[in-house]
Design a protein around this ligand. Structure first.
Ligand code: UDP
Length: 329
């Protein structure tokens, strides 16, 4: 059955992979995106784009009024940990205000299901790895804090208005659509895997390794890289559960890779060494973030199709190789 979905930030990196998954299943998708980071070319034919900012309350209201929506997926946000450490109030004001305003509009227009792109960054520096859903919340940056504020707003949206939500706490989204239709194109690019690939392909002078004195086996930070298409499928997997109750899940592969391991994998996949140099730590980076996705797996049956780092890097490298200018916009 074709259902109507609203996806904020649906022209962005993770959002566009969900939009593709919805469109492939025959659903009717509307994307609300200001195209500051998103790309029109990332949207499949037949998907409606409303080019607007979530700060435009009247526009958000008008879009929500044009329902009914089977679910709203909320991706649109500023999303850089390092930037948020320099501009904390921009993050707190924009992300939290926009998210809470959207939730308010959803409650007024009878939306029953809401899925939030949340983040592992709200665990700060966790004591136990892998990180389960009941780990202590202590956001590692204003970015993580802004997502926490939206999670809390969703608690009240459920209690007072019965809006059921899933908060998906992403670990490190990586890779690209295995069909080669979508990829990662940020401006500026700050993420490890695309930067390492560009350095290997000679499109960037060198990769900086942010710190080699962390308490990890090789001294570099460990992250849980999860394939972006697996991340997208998890959004579909949680929807049926929202008929009963709100949910919160940690969403990762369940295995960690250090910065040095990523550099090695990129070297092996591209057949070229990654030129790199050691640099200072980046503020806000915890040493190790690895998810336990046991709860999500048990409750939805979801499992990643691309759990291997080399497979993730291979899809990312194929897209960057085929799209040297990204989406070209
Ligand atoms: N990183 C790095 N050099 C870069 C970009 C990232 O060493 O140019 C490291 C960063 O410190 C972190 C890991 O790679 O430990 C992943 O960073 P990314 O920005 O990709 O994702 P984040 O963990 O911030 O969401």
């Amino acid at each position: 059955m074709s259902l109507r979905y609203l996806v904020t930030g649906g022209a962005g990196y993770v959002g566009s992979h969900l939009v593709l998954a919805l469109a492939e299943r025959g659903h009717d998708v509307t994307v609300l995106d200001n195209l500051r980071q998103g790309h029109r070319a990332a949207l499949p034919a037949g998907v409606r784009l409303v080019e607007a900012d979530l700060a435009d309350a009247a526009m958000v209201d008008a879009v929500l009024a044009d329902g009914p929506w089977h679910a709203v997926f909320h991706f649109a946000a500023l999303s850089l940990v390092g930037e948020s450490m320099r501009e904390p109030f921009r993050y707190l004001l924009e992300n939290a205000t926009n998210g809470i305003r959207l939730i308010d509009a959803c409650t007024r227009h009878g939306v029953r299901r809401f899925v939030l792109s949340s983040t592992a960054n709200l665990f700060g520096t966790p004591e136990t790895i892998p990180i389960a859903e009941d780990a202590a919340i202590d956001p590692g940056s204003p970015y993580g804090e802004s997502k926490r504020m939206i999670e809390r707003a969703l608690v009240w949206a459920d209690r007072v208005h019965g809006l059921r939500s899933a908060c998906l706490r992403y670990f490190n989204a990586a890779g690209a659509d295995p069909g080669g239709r979508l990829g990662e194109d940020h401006d500026p690019e700050t993420h490890l895997i695309p930067l390492a690939i560009d350095a290997a392909l000679g499109r960037r002078a060198e990769l900086q390794v942010f710190g080699t004195d962390y308490p990890t086996p090789d001294g570099t930070c460990i992250r849980d890289y999860i394939h972006v298409s697996d991340l997208a499928r998890a959004h579909l997997a949680v929807l049926p559960l929202l008929d009963h109750a709100s949910r919160t899940y940690n969403l990762g592969n369940g295995q960690g890779a250090s910065v040095r391991a990523v550099i090695a994998a990129v070297g092996e996949v591209t057949g070229r060494a990654v030129p790199h140099r050691i640099a200072d730590r980046r503020p806000g980076d915890p040493p190790v973030l690895v998810a336990s996705s046991a709860l999500l797996r048990a409750e939805t049956g979801w499992t990643p199709r691309f759990p291997g780092l080399h497979d993730i890097v291979r899809t990312a490298a194929a897209w960057r190789d085929a799209h040297p200018e990204g989406y070209g916009d």
